[in-house]
Ligand binder design. Structure first.
Ligand code: ADP
Length: 358
């Protein structure tokens, strides 16, 4: 049965001084797919390894299925982990690799066979079970590693950057397979990646981490549309959100020569802030009016980057340059004047000193 996982004020320090995880709270529901995302060194793997029991916990509590597991060794936590480098036994066949953990637990051989075959069929590797890992591609090896986790029927699956060693196309394919697998199994999955696209596409909820702190924990939709911090805003979306310094002036965001009228509530909340960062996503800057309340912004085309399905257009607004995602047919030459439209609720402001969203 899938289990809930809770972290309460979890801390990790090395040698009692270097703290790399600073008191993180997280609740992961049974059956939920949660992704830990953040740049290299932010503490994702450390957090995952503490849940697995591979890394001692310096402070706080980890609970699996309501039980505090801080002192439990990994094999008693009923979790299965899938690693980036697969960690398969090179001399065993795929079948034996997948059966190994069950046999270790003295599972009857008939049940071992049933579970291995079910997992192998699910992962489409049932025709190659007599092979050894050396005779497989990277993608196939990762399937075996996932199969080995599935046969254990653990309470929680932990994935540590499982797709990092695969080429871009295979990564995309395996990503959809992992998502399908989650839909089929209804398992609790905690998945670590530095790739925001993996995080957005796979997760029910994303925990964005930076320097050992939880920056935001929410649905992909909320992380994308309502980033709680500058760091989160800059981390999601390709191209990312346009971010530039601005000053507040009588309800306007002054971008240096261009004043953008702000929704009343936003301007009010920003009132006490001396340094601000203005943000708007490239797809929210449009060439046509969307609604009567849209804000109009005069701009000048600076650069066109056709991508086939769409064109990225760099525009000069005041003294700033912002990127807009425009339809492929957009052909206005650099230097042309255009009017952009944006809905007020697509404008973001951040306190430049703290990075907090306003
Ligand atoms: P991520 O998985 O996000 O790339 P890690 O969890 O691997 O990050 O590492 C988090 C931080 O902990 C990093 O700054 C790293 O240098 C530090 N760290 C990892 N292992 C040790 C260790 N044994 N001693 C001291 N610091 C460590």
């Amino acid at each position: 049965m899938p289990a809930a996982v809770e972290l309460a004020q979890v801390v990790k320090s090395y040698d009692g001084k270097t703290t790399v995880i600073h008191g993180i709270d997280l609740d992961i529901r049974a059956g939920e797919f949660v992704v830990f995302v953040g740049p290299s060194g932010c503490g994702k793997s450390t957090l995952l390894r503490m849940i697995a029991g591979l890394e001692p916990i310096s402070g706080g509590e980890v609970r699996i299925d309501g039980q505090v597991v801080n002192e439990l060794p990994p094999r008693q936590r009923d979790i299965a982990m899938v690693f980036q480098d697969y960690a398969l036994y090179p001399h065993k066949t795929l079948y034996d690799n997948m059966a190994f953990g069950l046999r270790l637990r003295k599972t009857p051989e008939a049940e071992v066979q049933g579970r291995v075959m079910d997992a192998a069929r699910l992962l489409k590797i049932d025709h190659m079970l007599e092979r050894r890992p050396a005779a497989l591609s990277g993608g196939q090896r990762q399937r075996v590693a996932i199969g080995r986790a599935i046969v254990r029927q653990p309470k929680v699956f932990l994935f540590d950057e499982p797709l990092s060693n695969l080429d871009a196309q295979l990564r995309g394919e395996m990503r959809s397979e992992i998502k399908r697998l989650h839909q089929r199994l209804g398992a609790t999955i905690i998945y670590v990646t530095h790739d925001q696209v993996e995080a957005m596409t796979l997760a029910d909820r994303i925990a964005v981490l930076s320097a050992g702190h939880k920056m935001q924990y929410d649905t992909p939709e909320a992380i994308y549309n309502r980033p709680a911090a500058l760091f989160v805003a800059g981390f999601t979306g390709a191209p990312p959100m346009n971010l530039c310094e601005c000053v507040l002036y009588e309800g306007y965001a002054d971008l240096g020569g261009l004043r953008v009228p702000l929704p009343f509530e936003l301007a009010r909340r920003a009132g006490g802030c001396s340094r601000l960062t203005f943000g708007v996503r490239p797809e929210n800057l449009r060439l046509a009016r969307g609604g009567a309340a849209d804000i109009e912004l005069p701009a000048e085309v600076a650069l066109l980057e056709p991508l086939g399905a769409e064109t990225l257009v760099t525009l000069r607004l005041g003294q700033r340059e912002l990127v807009a995602r425009c339809p492929a047919w957009f052909r206005q030459a650099p230097g042309s004047a255009v009017t952009l439209y944006v809905a007020g609720d697509h404008l973001h402001l951040f306190d430049a000193a703290t990075g907090t969203a306003i």
